[in-house]
Design a protein around this ligand. Structure first.
Ligand code: HEC
Ligand code: HEC
Length: 311
C-alpha cells in the first residue's frame, strides 16, 4: 500500500511538471528561432578530443595544464582572478560547448580590433577576459598559465586553417534585436525557471562550475562582454537553464538578462578609456549609473539601440 501511494505521488508530480512546461507549440516556435541543441552538436567539422593526446609528446603536459587552468581558474590562480569564476563558467565544457565555444579560436588570431585600434593576439584576448570577465589582473605572457591556456586553445583549434576559420558557432552570441525588458518579470522567472537552484537566490552562486555567481562581488565586472544586455540575453537563451537550453523566448531571456544586470556587481576601472578609437561605442553596456536607474524604474530602455520599445 505504501508503495502504491509513493507511485501515485510520483505520477501526480509528473503530471504537474508536464502541465507547467511550455506547450509543444511554443517549444517548436523557439526551436525554429534559435536552432536546437541537437543541431548544434553536429556543427564542428573537427571535434577536438583530449583522449587523442599523445602522452609521449612533450607538448601534451602544457595542453593538459592549460585545460586545468581553464576549468579551475579561480582555484589555480587566486592571485590573478578577482572573483569565483573559471573560464568554463561561461565557455562551458572546457570551451567545447557549441553555444559558447572556443573550438577553432586560435585560427582566428591575430585579429584587428577596432575597440583598441590594435592587432590582437590570442594572449591579448585572454587577458581581456582576465581583467573583465574574471575581474582580475593581466597574466604575464610568458607565464606557465598563459602558455598552458594558449597551448590548450590551440589544441582545440587543430586542423582549422589559420585566417580562414569559419566559426558559425562563434563564442557567446549576441542578439541584434531584443524586446523591451521587464525586470519584475525577470525576477519572477529567476525563481520559476529554477535559476536559483544552481545560482543561489541572492545570485552569489554555488561554485564556478556548478552555478557561478551571476552578480555581487564574486561575479564578472561591468566591463565584461556579458555585462552588455544583448550578449547576456543571447547567452541565457542559448545556454540556460541547463537541461532546457534554447527554450526561453526572447522576452523571457531579456527579462532575465535585465534583472541580472540590474543587480550590483564589481565596477570595471577602465570604463573611461574603453573604446578609445570608436566613435560609437556599444549602447547596451549596463554600468553603475544605469543599474541605479533600472532599480529606481527611471531607465529609458530606448537608449539601447537593440531594444525595440513597444509602441
Ligand atoms: C563571465 C563570462 C566569461 C568568462 C568567465 C570568460 N569569458 Fe571568454 N568570453 C566571454 C564572452 C561573452 C565572449 C565573447 C563576447 C565578447 O566579449 O566580445 C568571450 C570571448 C573569449 C575569447 C574570444 C573568442 C573569439 O571568438 O574570438 C577568448 C579567446 C576567451 N573568451 C577566452 C577566455 C578565457 C581563457 C577565460 C578564462 C581566463 C575566459 N574567456 C573567461 C565570456 C567569458
Ligand atoms: C542545473 C544548474 C543550473 C541552472 C538550473 C541554471 N544554471 Fe546558469 N549556469 C550553470 C552552470 C554550471 C554554469 C557554467 C557554464 C555551464 O556549465 O554551462 C552556468 C552559467 C550561467 C551564466 C554565465 C556565468 C555567470 O557567472 O554569469 C549565466 C548568466 C547563467 N548561468 C544564468 C542562468 C539563468 C538566467 C538561469 C535560469 C533561466 C540559469 N542560469 C539556470 C548552472 C545552472
Amino acid at each position: 500500500m505504501k508503495r502504491f501511494k509513493w507511485l501515485l505521488t510520483v505520477l501526480i508530480l509528473l503530471l504537474i511538471i508536464g502541465a507547467c512546461s511550455n506547450s509543444s507549440d511554443d517549444k517548436a516556435k523557439n526551436d525554429e528561432a534559435n536552432g536546437t541543441a541537437e543541431e548544434a552538436e553536429s556543427v564542428y567539422p573537427i571535434t577536438p578530443n583530449l583522449d587523442d593526446l599523445d602522452p609521449d609528446d612533450p607538448k601534451t603536459e602544457a595542453i593538459l595544464y592549460g585545460e586545468e587552468v581553464f576549468n579551475e581558474t579561480n582555484v589555480v590562480m587566486p592571485e590573478h582572478v578577482g572573483n569565483e569564476l573559471s573560464c568554463q563558467s561561461c565557455h562551458a565544457d572546457g570551451g567545447l560547448s557549441v553555444s559558447s565555444s572556443l573550438v577553432g579560436v586560435a585560427a582566428d588570431y591575430p585579429q584587428y580590433r577596432p575597440r583598441e585600434n590594435v592587432t590582437f593576439t590570442l594572449e591579448d584576448r585572454v587577458n581581456g577576459c582576465m581583467i573583465r570577465s574574471m575581474n582580475g589582473e593581466m597574466m604575464d605572457y610568458d607565464s606557465k598559465e598563459m602558455r598552458g591556456l594558449i597551448a590548450y586553445m590551440t589544441y582545440l583549434s587543430e586542423g582549422y586553417e589559420i585566417g580562414t576559420a569559419e566559426r558559425p558557432w562563434k563564442a557567446p552570441s549576441n542578439k541584434d534585436e531584443i524586446p523591451e525588458p521587464n525586470i519584475t518579470a525577470g525576477e519572477e522567472l529567476f525563481e520559476k525557471k529554477n535559476c536559483l537552484t544552481c545560482h543561489g537566490s541572492d545570485g552569489s552562486g554555488t561554485g564556478a562550475n556548478s552555478g557561478p555567481a551571476l552578480w555581487g562581488d564574486n561575479s564578472f565586472n561591468d566591463g565584461a562582454g556579458l555585462g552588455r544586455l544583448t550578449k547576456m540575453t543571447g547567452y541565457i537563451q542559448n545556454n540556460m537553464p541547463i537541461g532546457d537550453e534554447y527554450d526561453l523566448s526572447d522576452q523571457e531571456a531579456v527579462d532575465l538578462a535585465a534583472f541580472i544586470l540590474s543587480q550590483d556587481r564589481p565596477v570595471f576601472s577602465g570604463h573611461d578609456e574603453d573604446f578609445p578609437e570608436m566613435e560609437n561605442p556599444p549602447s547596451d553596456i549596463i554600468n553603475e549609473e544605469r543599474r541605479k536607474a533600472i532599480q529606481e524604474g527611471t531607465f529609458d530602455w530606448s537608449e539601447i539601440e537593440a531594444v525595440k520599445v513597444a509602441e
